[in-house]
Design a binder for this molecule. Structure first.
Ligand code: UDP
Length: 252
């Protein structure tokens, strides 16, 4: 079934909850071939505004999920509320639960050396029986492609999480799928940003109350002040999303 979707500044957002995302993941893996999910936040949207290739990569994803409270707010503003957020961290954990039940192998690619292994240990603790097919930091640089491809081919995972930050991780997965377009084994790839860092305890989650009222961005800014440039894109997103919502409401 094709989910309802909306467009925010041209980026498609699928209105699915986390249960439906898992059902879709299982169906795609069972169907075979390589498929990609993206967890879209406002920074993705502002990047896609400048980069048509990124916009196209997101468009081709099997699911573009609403990560980031800015996306759900923008949807509500235009009178087309989404059912909720599906964050990369939450979906990673739920997909690992499913993987443990289904006997799928999970490969964790990216983050600083040693972080994926620590994240994998936490995921195994929460999901007894989870099979970690591989962990590797690597890098999105072209000279590392052959080695990473060989590791993944040897590990034969059904789920591949890539933590290179957006848009690098999403480009990496898109190109991986193109390089292996003849593959018949089912594989779901998803860019997960800082998820391994959170799971491994390298980065701290925002306190629950901050997450509850959508202030994760403020926690990030306070804990990683060097991100201030990236956070400015949130203001740009807010201005563009409000302008778009006003235009849509005026034509209703
Ligand atoms: N990263 C990496 N190699 C790179 C660039 C980034 O392994 O060349 C990792 C980085 O260590 C972090 C993750 O990618 O674990 C992305 O974190 P970021 O905070 O940028 O992602 P976000 O959560 O903001 O999407």
């Amino acid at each position: 079934m094709v989910p309802r979707s909306i467009r925010i500044l041209d980026v498609r957002i699928d209105d699915v909850d986390i249960d439906e995302a898992c059902v879709r993941a299982a169906a795609l893996i069972d169907a075979g071939g390589i498929h990609q999910f993206a967890t879209v936040n406002p920074e993705f949207v502002t990047t896609a505004q400048r980069d048509a290739h990124f916009l196209n990569v997101l468009e081709q994803c099997a699911l573009a999920l609403a990560d980031g409270v800015g996306i759900t707010l923008a949807a509500r503003l235009r009178g087309a509320p989404l059912r909720g957020r599906v964050t990369g961290v939450d979906l990673t954990q739920r997909l690992c639960t499913l993987a443990a039940q289904r006997g799928w192998g999970v490969f964790l690619l990216g983050a600083a050396p040693g972080v994926a292994e620590k994240a994998a240990a936490v995921l195994c603790l929460h999901n007894p029986g989870l099979r970690i097919a591989g962990c590797h930091a690597g890098s999105p640089r072209p000279e590392h492609i052959a080695e990473i491809d060989a590791r993944i081919a040897a590990a034969q995972p059904q789920i591949l999480f890539v933590a290179y930050g957006a848009p690098a991780q999403d480009f990496w997965l898109h190109e991986f799928a193109q390089r292996h377009s003849a593959q018949t084994n089912g594989l779901l790839g998803m860019g997960v940003g800082g998820t391994f860092d959170y799971l491994a305890g390298v980065r701290r989650y925002a306190p629950r109350w901050m997450r509850h009222i959508g202030l994760e961005w403020l926690h990030r800014l306070l804990s990683q002040p060097s991100r201030w440039r990236r956070q400015i894109s949130l203001l740009h997103f807010a201005a563009c999303a409000i302008a778009e919502a006003v235009k849509i409401l005026a034509h209703k």
